[in-house]
Design a protein around this ligand. Structure first.
Ligand SMILES: [Fe+2]
Ligand SMILES: [Fe+2]
Length: 179
């Protein structure tokens, strides 16, 4: 029974880490920690989370989880702050960064065509290029899910802070009125 549960469980952290080991220890990939992607989440952490979910889903459904995990870890490998206008870059970041990431990743690592396509098309449907594999579609949806949850987490905590300040203000006002 225990063996069966282990076989059904798609999470094997050691395997996940071994798939992305080559990337996460690379100096250039480490540099992603210096750039924010969504609010407080760095590009590195965002890619790591997307890779983790892609690994989980693709392994569970017996898909090409290796390719999905590898391309997810590199899908936002652009090394600039996209909030600041880059004089050497033409076009909006949302439309161009998948090509930048794919070029950077291809220069640094040996990627197969499927992995390159997944990185290149991960911004669908914002960009017109359709993913060419089921794993590519999974990457696009997981990427959006992570982007929304990273944004939502910050907004939620900011709303909580606002509420806390409002209650503190009312409490202090009541104290001042009383004394
Ligand atoms: Fe992206
Ligand atoms: Fe992303």
């Amino acid at each position: 029974m225990k063996k069966k549960i282990k076989e059904d469980n798609p999470i094997n952290l050691e395997e996940f880490l071994s798939i992305i080991e080559e990337f996460v220890n690379h100096k250039t990939v480490q540099e992603m920690k210096n750039y924010r992607q969504h609010y407080e989440t760095t590009c590195f952490d965002h890619c790591y989370m997307v890779a983790y979910y892609c690994y989980f889903i693709c392994k569970k459904y017996h898909l090409d989880y290796r390719a999905a995990t590898r391309s997810a870890m590199l899908h936002d490998l652009f090394l600039y702050d996209w909030r600041i206008r880059q004089p050497d870059r033409k076009g909006f970041h949302a439309f161009t960064h998948s090509k930048v990431a794919c070029d950077n990743a291809s220069k640094l690592f040996e990627l197969n065509q499927k992995e390159k396509d997944m990185i290149l098309t991960h911004m669908w449907p914002v960009t017109m290029q359709f993913p060419t594999s089921i794993e590519g579609f999974i990457l696009t949806f997981v990427d959006k899910y992570c982007a929304v949850s990273e944004t939502f987490e910050v907004l939620k905590s900011r709303m909580f802070m606002k509420k806390a300040f409002r209650y503190a203000y009312v409490f202090l006002s009541l104290l001042i009125i009383r004394f």
